[in-house]
Design a protein around this ligand. Structure first.
Ligand code: ATP
Ligand code: MG
Length: 416
């Protein structure tokens, strides 16, 4: 393009402006050429404007839609509980009671599964849409990002249990090929059971710390209390999160809160727990043993668990975390006194002998109490006497507690 033409485009004055004294001779030829260019220029201008019209039309449409949205009444969000028949369903609206509502013809029936989020029309009488699954921030928060500071070394005793847990949970996540080669299916999940305070939660924390897999942790009782009416949905989303982030371990602590035997499902609360359990069973059934998702559950009430959860193919590997024996207690003492200055007369093995029947949590309480005794006496070193005093205190408290629970049992018996 000649410099003259460029000037033409850039000035309003037109042809006269570009005829400078230097190129006055060939100005006739150039003028002809410029005319062609000028036409091209105008054509491109037209195209540009057409595009501009298109763009503005899109904008108009956008604002029209926006006005429509602003004027339309809000829909009500709800969670589908169950279908009554092809035309009606029970929905829990996010604001209030359970509603029995109609289902609009346009709603795809295959998406209407219990736990789905749905939109109700403004009067709350009809399902008009199924909402897409969204990533619930609550559910995401179940993923343990900051791994706890507990390692296998912080667990006293329980060596056999740790070995078994790693074999069932970590090995298949790390080396699925091994299992394919041998031709066996590893269990999908394990249940840690045993009396309170003996290290079930602790062990799971160590797994969270030491395994490379995504660790997702939920607490059964929390699920029942915090997410009333949403237990089933949360369970579903937890497992979908696990599958997305596989290899993953789902840890369900206090599973008895959602998996107690179905004795009587009279109240709506029980029905809700029931639905949560059914969803959990469905989820565990839903993934294959080698799908790189493992479930660890823990309970101190295995006696009240619904047998369905323990059926082969579900949490069929049971690992007992019993009250520690003397050796176990010794090792728990060792773990908790690791950072303590002990005087020479402290014999942990003897202490272990004195604490028959106590749990890991109680042994930890003894160690803490012994430390307090030393502080109270203005010492930096913890002595045997500090420990023995602490043992007596914890034992007597245990007896008081036992007394209270026996009394309660007795009064219950009288009442019945
Ligand atoms: N084997 C153990 N080694 C070291 N510390 C232990 C052990 N068992 C229990 N403890 C101590 O007791 C505390 C409570 O244990 P934990 O929470 O694991 O009990 P739990 O078995 O989950 O009990 P619950 O059934 O009541 O939930 C732990 O944080 C830990 O400090
Ligand atoms: Mg626990």
């Amino acid at each position: 393009m000649s410099p003259g033409f460029k000037d033409l485009l850039n000035t309003d004055k037109g042809k006269g402006a570009f005829m400078s004294s230097e190129d006055i001779q060939d100005n006739a030829a150039e003028a002809r050429m410029s005319e062609d260019d000028y036409v091209k220029y105008l054509e491109s201008k037209v195209r540009e404007m057409e595009n501009e019209i298109k763009r503005l039309n899109m904008k108009i449409n956008y604002y029209k839609k926006e006005i429509e949205n602003l004027l339309s009444p809000p829909l009500i969000e709800g969670v589908l509980l169950h279908l009554i028949d092809g035309n009606r369903a029970v929905v829990r609206s996010t604001t209030g009671p359970n509603l029995i509502v109609y289902i609009s013809e346009s709603v795809p029936r295959d998406k209407l599964v219990p736990g789905a989020r749905v939109a109700l029309n403004q009067r709350g009488s009809t399902i008009v849409d199924v909402l897409p699954e969204y990533e619930d921030p609550y559910v995401q928060s179940f993923e343990v990002i900051e791994r706890p500071e507990v390692t296998y070394d912080d667990v006293g005793g329980l060596k056999e249990q740790i070995r078994e847990l790693r074999e069932v949970v970590e090995l298949p996540l790390k080396n699925p090929e091994l299992f394919k080669e041998i031709g066996i299916e590893p269990p999908k999940g394990v249940l840690l059971y045993g009396p309170p305070g003996c290290g079930k939660t602790l062990l799971a924390k160590a797994v969270a710390r030491e395994s490379q897999a995504t660790f997702i942790s939920i607490v059964g009782s929390e699920l029942v209390q915090k997410f009333i009416g949403e237990g089933a949905r949360i369970v579903k989303e937890v497992f979908s999160l696990a599958r997305r982030k596989a290899p993953a371990i789902v840890f369900i602590d206090e599973i008895d809160a959602i998996a107690a035997k179905r004795i009587d499902i009279g109240t709506s609360g029980e029905r809700e727990v029931q639905r949560t359990l059914m969803q959990l069973l469905a989820e565990i059934d839903g993934f294959r043993p080698l799908d790189r998702v493992k479930v660890i559950a823990a309970t101190n009430r295995i006696d009240i668990l619904d047998q369905a959860i323990l059926r082969p193919g579900r949490l069929d590997r049971l690992i007992e975390i019993p009250l520690p024996d003397r050796q176990g207690r010794y090792e728990i003492f060792k773990v908790h006194t690791r950072r303590m200055k002990l005087s020479d007369d402290v014999d942990l093995y003897k202490l272990a002998a004195m604490t028959e029947g106590l749990s890991g949590a109680e042994i930890k309480a003894i160690v803490t109490e012994a430390g307090y005794n030393a502080i109270r006496s203005g010492r930096r070193v913890v002595t045997r006497e500090d420990f023995e005093q602490a043992v007596r205190k914890v034992l007597s408290k245990k007896n008081i507690r036992r007394g209270i629970s026996e009394e309660r049992d007795n009064s219950l018996r009288v009442m019945l």
